[in-house]
Design a protein around this ligand. Structure first.
Ligand code: DC
Length: 228
């Protein structure tokens, strides 16, 4: 099976790029952030502090998280309930970041991610895909952009959804999340030694897409692999 690991900080364009290229290449697009978001939301719904392992870990045994794939893309189910439409709020983003620092949460989600890559050609986006989940990924990319650029993109996304969180607050959240994600002791966000660094600062989405597509195809060819 072929796998492309696409890691990097929030707002670098990973999900749009991964989704678009997965479709183009005929790969399954796996958005692993949705798994952490689903758990973060579950903890908030149950009145638990998402950053407190003593409150979070005992609930994992009563929790099933699944991904399923439909025409319109990936859906995430928690105990059978589709929560895909409810995991993109600022509150859930913060909760996801907090639960993702808990080792037991990461272990809980590990096999689900691995199994998908064993059964399908995947384009998997996350923070630790190239370093922990798929250390043998066929191609590894670390996608980044300046914090200001990423905050600007997120700000515009939020505005489109009718959320008028001010830009300064979005930027502050982006910087805080970067810090938390890269300073946690378990599977911190970092570039795998064999990952290619791509910085999309100042680029349009179209340019980044073209650049990434060419890069992935070149890497596959170098490894003697071809698209299905
Ligand atoms: O990519 P995202 O913004 O949907 O991710 C939500 C949170 O989950 C983010 O704060 C980092 C965490 N995460 C992680 O720790 N490991 C992953 N593979 C994916 C996401």
């Amino acid at each position: 099976m072929l796998s492309v690991a696409l890691d990097g900080p929030a707002g670098a364009g990973k999900s749009t790029i991964a989704k678009t290229l997965a479709q183009k290449f005929g790969f399954l697009y796996v958005d692993t952030g949705a798994l952490y978001r689903a758990i973060g939301k579950y903890m908030l719904d149950h009145g638990k502090h998402p950053g407190d392992p003593a409150q979070v870990v005992p609930l994992l045994s009563s929790l099933s998280v699944e991904l399923c794939y439909r025409e319109d893309g990936q859906r995430v189910l928690v105990n059978g309930e589709d929560v895909t439409g409810q995991i993109r709020t600022q509150a859930v983003s913060a909760a996801a970041s907090q639960v993702s620092a808990i080792k037991e949460v990461r272990d809980f989600l590990f096999s689900l991610q691995r199994e998908l890559a064993q059964k399908h050609n995947v384009m998997m986006d996350g923070r630790d895909i190239g370093t922990v989940v798929l250390p043998q990924a066929t191609v590894k990319i670390f996608l980044t952009a300046s914090a200001e650029d990423r905050a600007r993109r997120r700000y515009l996304d939020l505005q489109q959804k009718g959320d008028d969180t001010p830009y300064e607050e979005v930027l502050r959240t982006v910087i805080q999340r970067d810090y938390d994600d890269s300073h946690r002791s378990v599977a911190p966000l970092c570039q795998a030694s064999d990952a290619l660094l791509v910085d999309t600062t100042g680029e349009t989405l179209e340019t980044s897409l073209q650049r990434l597509e060419a890069l992935i195809l070149e890497q596959l060819e170098k490894k003697g692999e071809r698209l299905p």
